[in-house]
Design a protein around this ligand. Structure first.
Ligand code: DON
Length: 313
């Protein structure tokens, strides 16, 4: 039997979606990766999942979209599992930047020239470069295998159209990567690292996949079905902390005040968030605000969190 709370959420979700959807009109679908501009600007969907497998969904929750920056949470975790904390945090910091996600400003301004955190592009590219594998192909396969395990979905796959579209328009990330290489932060060939990074940004999911991935984080790294520890608890804590301090880029402070949950957004309009110990949540709304976060998605989460009194703070 479903919990009383999830029943209540199920009943309220359509109304919350209806109230949040108009906000999408003031956002814009990302177009710097041309393939992403095909997404419907007025879509909004949500899936919420608890440890018993009870689900609440509404809106365009079945729509597929690429993870983009949400993948950075799990490549960070995989990199930590491969290398340990010391090796990872020698190359990437732990502090928010206050800059855009694809900014390279501080790489030159602040010494040592390592990225501020693993959620901005410079930091994520660095973290990706550390993932184990004897070739880019092996790394790409290991990443997909890991993501499938966390999502509990063997059908997760790379969207090769989005991958190709980003690869052909990755000049800014290419500049960041060459800068990092020059600073000695990246130690393997730049084009190979970018290939792996762009692949993991192109992993195709829906809200249910994001909700299940978030639920594993909400449960301290435990698989809700088997009870197996999929991710060491310490690395879950690190990931959830970065989601809180840097997951919504330079709107992370505002999101912490208004919603109060660890979250990670992506330019395709996805947001992955969680209520510690209780729920994993996946949201999609492709129209973005000026900070690169889903305009209606943020609004929807703010409404639900306030109503349910979920803020951690
Ligand atoms: O590197 C990029 O630009 C994209 N693949 C990911 C950026 C992203 O999702 C930033 N999110 N808000």
């Amino acid at each position: 039997m479903s919990s009383v709370e999830i029943e209540m959420i199920r009943n309220q979700l359509p109304g919350w979606i209806k109230a949040s959807l108009p906000y999408a009109a003031s956002g814009e679908v990302a177009s710097y990766i041309p393939e992403l501009s095909k997404a419907p600007p007025d879509a909004l969907g949500i899936t919420l999942l608890d440890a018993n497998g009870d689900v609440a969904t509404a809106g365009d929750c079945h729509m597929h979209f690429t993870m983009q920056s949400i993948s950075k949470v799990f490549t960070l975790i995989l990199s930590l599992m491969d290398n340990g904390e010391d090796a990872v945090f020698r190359k990437v910091g732990m502090e928010p930047t206050g800059d855009n996600f694809n900014s390279m400003l501080k790489l030159e301004l602040v010494r040592p020239g390592i990225p501020f955190n693993p959620m901005i592009n410079a930091g994520a590219i660095t973290v990706t470069s550390l993932i184990h594998g004897s070739s880019p192909q092996e790394k790409i396969e290991r990443i997909l295998h890991f993501f499938r395990k966390i999502a509990g979905n063997d059908r997760l796959r790379y969207d090769m159209d989005v991958y190709q579209s980003e690869l052909e328009n990755a000049n800014l990330n290419r500049s960041i990567a060459y800068f990092l290489k020059e600073n000695g932060v990246l130690e393997t060939p730049v084009e190979e690292i970018l290939d792996v990074y762009i692949h993991h940004c192109s992993i195709l999911v829906n809200c249910a996949d994001l909700a299940r991935m978030a639920l594993v984080l909400a449960l301290g790294g435990i698989d809700p079905q088997t009870g197996k520890q999929l991710i060491p608890r310490r690395y879950v804590r690190i990931a959830r902390t970065f989601m809180t301090t840097c997951g919504m880029y330079n709107a992370s402070g505002e999101f912490a005040i208004d919603v109060g949950l660890p979250a990670k957004s992506g330019v395709s309009g996805g947001i992955m968030t969680l209520v510690p110990g209780r729920y994993g949540i996946g949201v999609v709304g492709p129209a973005l605000n000026d900070k690169g976060n889903s305009q209606a998605g943020v609004q929807l989460l703010e409404m639900i969190s306030k109503e349910m009194e979920w803020s951690m703070f």
